[in-house]
Design a binder for this molecule. Structure first.
Ligand code: UTP
Length: 290
């Protein structure tokens, strides 16, 4: 019997240097795509997948992320007094006790951030969400992964195909046997491979389901690519000791950690919204002189 995925870790302690100066006083994860911050999209996706406990790995200057999911008494009382509908705040409500924060005092890398959550994760499999990767799909990416997990168990990562010249910026998988339901066996993993040395053009895309043993591997993990403690290196060591599969996400992914991806996500989501899509299309035509 597979243990259910009840907990999710959201590493949000990074410095967000690619978005400076915007991220000097505002966490990258609070940058909005239209009217919802990035972290909200990730939390919505987690809930849809049946995740109960949210574990935020935070750092200095990140308190607004936690406040976003708190009750804002003054705001709500004022809105109520003015007869305004509070439904818009519904996604920010978390069941008491279901949001836990731990601190990563120094941003030493994604692997280190995940390891900081070890005591809360305990001895059960857990999900990981990188909130700056916005995944749009029906069902959502994590729901698709949980479905696959219920079949094969073990460890799962979400992957997508990118042009060969882009692989050096990401974690890349060495694919093994292709199974049904967009599932591929993972036989190796490399973080930010040099051009020409990547085992495939399938990159890890910000969503993971991992077994708790990864915490023990991270415990003794030294720095890898970029001088950071890399999650990819720890996962690579687990291959062969536990089942490891990649799920090709049926949906769209926007890398909102860089400027172009952020703009693309904003435009794509705005075009789809019934309340503004037509106006945005007309505006884009005007701007493009079409
Ligand atoms: P990124 O490398 O995309 O985020 O990490 P960053 O370091 O904040 O951004 P840049 O490169 O300086 O612009 C992916 C995720 O991992 C978290 C980040 O907050 C982001 O959600 N992270 C990264 C940590 O929590 N701790 C770290 O030490 C590194």
């Amino acid at each position: 019997m597979k243990k259910p995925i009840r907990k999710a870790v959201f590493p949000v302690a990074g410095l967000g240097t690619r978005f400076l100066p915007a991220t000097k006083a505002i966490p990258k994860e609070m940058l909005p795509i239209i009217d919802r911050p990035l972290i909200q999209y990730a939390v919505d996706e987690a809930r849809e997948a049946g995740i109960e406990q949210l574990i935020f790995v935070t750092g200095r200057g990140k308190t607004s992320i936690v406040e976003h999911f708190d009750t804002a008494f003054e705001l709500e009382a004022t809105m109520q007094g003015r007869g305004k509908n509070l439904d818009v705040l519904a996604p920010t409500r978390i069941q008491p006790g279901n949001l836990v924060t731990v601190r990563q005092q120094v941003p030493m890398g994604l692997g280190h951030a995940i390891w900081c959550a070890r005591a809360i994760v305990g001895d059960e499999p857990f999900a990981i969400f990188l909130p700056d990767e916005l995944m749009i799909g029906r069902p959502g990416c994590m729901a698709q992964m949980v479905e696959a997990y219920n079949e094969v168990g073990g460890n799962l990562i979400s992957v997508l195909e990118v042009p060969e010249e882009e692989v050096s910026s990401y974690g890349v998988i060495a694919p093994g046997k292709r199974l049904e339901h967009d599932l591929t066996e993972v036989v190796g993993l490399v973080e930010k491979p040099r051009r020409g040395e990547a085992p495939s053009n399938l990159i890890i895309s910000g969503r993971y389901i991992l077994q708790p043993e990864v915490m023990r591997t991270l415990e003794s993990q030294g720095a890898g690519a970029g001088g950071e403690i890399q999650l990819t290196d720890a996962m690579a060591k687990m291959i062969g000791t536990q089942p490891f599969h990649a799920v090709t996400f049926a949906g769209r992914r926007f890398d909102c950690g860089n400027h172009l991806g952020f703009v693309e996500a904003t435009l794509a989501l705005a075009l789809e919204r019934p309340d503004m899509g037509d106006d945005v299309r007309a505006m884009a035509r005007r701007l493009l002189d079409l």
